[in-house]
Design a binder for this molecule. Structure first.
Ligand code: GLN
Ligand code: ZN
Length: 783
């Protein structure tokens, strides 16, 4: 018996994003259900065969999903809220997509923050899958929730694979993680539903066993989180019940995205047959687990990074594995990626435009399978057959370590000579506020927007034509100048106080900057699923980051030259640049972030020198970068806020620094928000009716704040009265002197037809309130 290779999940979207296009054609009414299902089936078959060809011994099934695996699971167990056209039995595609996208198809709104907020249609809420950039639909449990097996998905997948001769290990979302990811409408604890849910699992597993499945992979990534005793107890109860019900079906419990940490004891005591270990993030505990786990347990060693795109030094991996392998019978060990490969692009085949050295350092999903196969050969006494491939992997990593393309002595020197003063503004906020008030002379409740204006199809088509070489730079630029100037004129006309240039030249708020920085690379087809049919192509930070020349100054200057009012310079912050990229793994993330911060700092300095008086540094990803474990929060928040300040603090007191975050759950991170020391922060609040501002009031947030009064995720035009009401609600919580008036986020996904009246109303609302306040008791609005 030799050691086996196992995979935990494979990307679903397809090498050429076939699933995306099939879904979108189906939603648009351009194809039918049979066509969509056929594409999905073809993809599953192709991916199974691919894994087989690459010598993967344990191939997953039921890792595929038409939209989202958490939704699949909710639908499978009958956790379907009322109103989606389902009562019992099989669930139609119509119901499924209604849950995913709302009942009315069409106008999906993306603000570009990879943070889909839904559009006011009754789709289930969407949120981030642990700390990845994948989003799942949040299961919603009703009072008295009943569960039933509406269809046995893992069984169907298992049988489908068997038809083409592939014996798979079905993947099933575990009951405790599933309940924990969901929310109960009545505010009760979803974990209380466990006993109702377990019979469904029993039936599902019994049917699988009956059909000939020998193993299942039950995913309980909640084991990588801080768990309560209650949750741990639920895990024990759940797995005991399942072991009792289906004793002959072997269960591999899989946790990933982190170490087991304080959940280890509970995890190893579960009555299961195997456990998967994230050997990358949980590297420290790998040895301990192998040494101490009960001998009957099969251990799946997740030794290749399933979250990142770097090729491993296979010799080093083998060296680490050598002592472990001796401790346990080979048939009790499996080699696997650290987690499902869902978060990686499909393969490197298309990336012929990449620097050869860089390309040789990369490993996408398909290449990870190859790496696994090499490890297996080497550990099975056939090292000589794979020696060249091991050698190549060693050279690739060594090359990256030594490469002059990776290491820039200037950047590294700059980083070494950072001083604490560089991350501090010259004067405290109170002093800056006075200088800025004098310098900018803005009215009370100043109005502004978050940056982008509608990216019309004309602008997008022109950019695409320019990229294809069909539209000259001069003509492309001329179009952008016309759009920008028109936007300036129009903002002046309706009376906005602090203008923006509109970001018409930008494709994406990260990519636009990354393309202008050294140390970043871009793939042609490195698509990763973000949610549903939506994919992103994260840039790759491979080397020291710097900014060789100004990135935004010409557009800022151009816009500023058209008006006497202040135009905000608009930048993406270092934490967001980091969070939405694949990051090099040879130096700490904190250090990469500091490098980006210095690049942004250079831009801030240049903008100020060019006469830009207000500069906004967007950090929509700051909160989502929070580590999964509380214990790790403080360190993260320290370097994240320090990086922001490093990028923002080169300017004089009179230059006003704004930041923006498109969410409003600040409860846990208020001290960090204060520590950013931005002169003004704009946040998303319109939907919460300003309640989310409470925390700013409670902590006496000292600086200025622009709570969003216009929900940009909806095509609805808010009325003046509504916005006045929101502002009054804000002023009950925050001193009106601190308040700004702005939308929730950028407007690039909206159309001018809605944006124009909405912003005109916003200005009217601010004016009305200014008047009302000057007539009453000065700045405070009584409750
Ligand atoms: N300045 C960006 C814009 O307006 C901010 C986007 C975001 O926060 N996601 O588009
Ligand atoms: Zn935003």
């Amino acid at each position: 018996m030799s050691i086996k290779t196992a995979n935990l999940g494979f990307p679903r979207i397809g090498r050429k994003r076939e699933l995306k296009f099939a879904l979108e054609a189906y939603w648009a009414g351009k194809s039918d259900e049979a066509t969509l299902l056929q594409v999905a089936r073809d993809l599953r078959h192709r991916h199974w065969k691919l894994q087989q060809e690459h010598g993967i011994d344990i191939i997953p099934s039921n890792d595929f999903s038409l939209y989202d695996h958490v939704l699949d699971h909710a639908v499978m167990v009958g956790a379907i809220p009322d109103g989606y056209g389902w009562t019992e039995g099989q669930v139609s595609l119509e119901t499924y997509f209604a849950l995913a996208r709302g009942k009315r198809a069409g106008d999906a709104a993306d603000c570009g923050c990879a943070n889909p907020h839904g559009t006011g249609r009754p789709a289930l809420e969407m949120t981030k899958w642990f700390d990845t950039n994948y989003h799942y639909l949040v299961p919603e449990f009703q009072a008295g929730q009943a569960f039933s097996l509406t269809g046995n998905r893992p069984l169907d997948a298992f049988l489908e694979a068997r038809e083409i001769g592939i014996h798979t290990r079905p993947v099933i979302l575990g009951p405790v993680t599933f309940l924990k990811l969901g929310k109960a409408r009545d505010g009760s604890d979803p974990l209380d539903l466990l006993d109702r849910l377990l019979p469904v699992y029993r039936q599902m597993l019994a049917e699988l066993h009956e059909a000939g499945a020998d193993w299942v992979q039950i995913d309980e990534p909640c084991l990588a989180l801080d768990l309560t005793d209650k949750a741990r107890d639920c895990l024990t109860r759940a797995f005991s019940a399942l072991a009792q019900a289906v004793p002959d079906l072997s269960v591999m419990v899989a946790s990933y995205f982190g170490a087991y940490g304080d959940n280890l004891e509970a995890a190893l005591a579960l009555p299961v047959d195997g456990a998967h270990i994230d050997g990358i993030r949980g590297a420290d505990e790998l040895n301990r687990i192998v040494a101490n786990a009960p001998p009957h347990l099969t251990l799946s060693l997740g030794v290749l990074d399933g979250r990142n795109i770097w090729r491993a030094d296979l010799d080093a991996v083998l060296r680490d594995l050598a002592p472990l392998v001796g401790q346990r019978a080979a048939d009790r060990l499996q080699l696997a990626p650290s987690c499902s490969l869902l978060h990686l692009p499909y393969d490197l085949a298309d990336e012929t435009a990449l620097d050869l050295e860089l390309r040789a350092s990369l490993s996408f999903a398909t290449e990870k399978l190859e790496e696994l196969a090499v490890l297996k050969q080497a550990l099975s006494g056939n090292r000589e057959t794979v020696e060249t491939r091991i050698g190549a992997s060693v050279r690739a990593v060594a090359m990256r370590r030594a490469s002059r393309k990776v290491h820039d002595p200037l950047v590294e020197g700059r980083l070494a000579s950072l001083t604490p003063e560089m991350a501090k503004r010259t004067s405290p906020f109170a002093a800056r506020k006075a200088v800025q008030a004098h310098h900018l002379s803005l009215p009370p409740l100043p109005t502004t927007t978050i940056g982008s204006f509608p990216q019309t199809s004309e602008v997008r088509a022109a950019r695409a034509a320019h990229q294809r070489g069909e539209l000259s730079y001069i003509d492309y630029r001329a179009l952008l100048e016309r759009e920008t100037e028109a936007a300036i004129r129009w903002q002046e006309d309706i009376g906005i106080d602090v203008l923006v240039h509109g970001e018409f030249e930008r494709n994406d708020m990260v990519q636009y900057f990354a393309e202008q920085m050294d140390g970043y690379a871009f793939t042609r087809s490195g698509w990763v699923q973000s949610y549903g049919s939506r994919c992103v192509r994260p840039p790759i930070i491979f080397g020291d980051v710097s900014r060789p020349r100004p990135m935004t100054v010409d557009w800022a200057e151009f816009a500023q030259s058209k008006t006497a009012k202040p135009v905000k310079g608009m930048l993406t912050g270092p934490v967001t640049m980091l969070q939405w990229s694949f990051v090099r793994d040879d130096i700490p993330r904190a250090e990469v972030c500091r490098q980006i911060a210095l690049a942004i700092r250079d831009e801030v300095t240049d903008l100020e020198a060019a006469g830009i008086a207000i500069i906004q540094i967007d950090e929509p990803a700051l909160r989502e970068g929070l580590p999964l474990r509380r214990d790790d929060w403080q360190y993260y928040l320290e370097w994240a806020t320090e990086s922001f300040r490093l990028s923002a603090s080169s300017v004089a007191d009179q230059t006003q620094i704004h930041t923006h975050m498109c969410y409003s759950e600040f409860n846990d991170i208020m001290p960090a928000i204060v520590a950013l020391d931005a002169d003004v922060i704009s946040i998303e609040t319109s939907r919460s009716k300003m309640e989310l501002l409470d925390v700013f009031g409670d902590t006496s947030y000292p600086n200025e704040i622009g709570p969003g009064v216009y929900d940009i995720h909806s095509p609805r035009v808010p009325t003046v009265e509504e916005m006045v009401e929101l502002l009054e609600a804000a002023a009950r919580r925050i001193d009106a002197e601190q308040l700004w008036v702005n939308p929730d986020c950028g407007l690039k996904t909206r159309g001018w037809a809605e944006v124009k009246p909405a912003l005109a109303n916003m200005v009217s609302a601010a004016r009305l309130l200014r008047k009302r306040m000057s007539e009453t008791d000065g700045w405070r609005i009584s409750a």
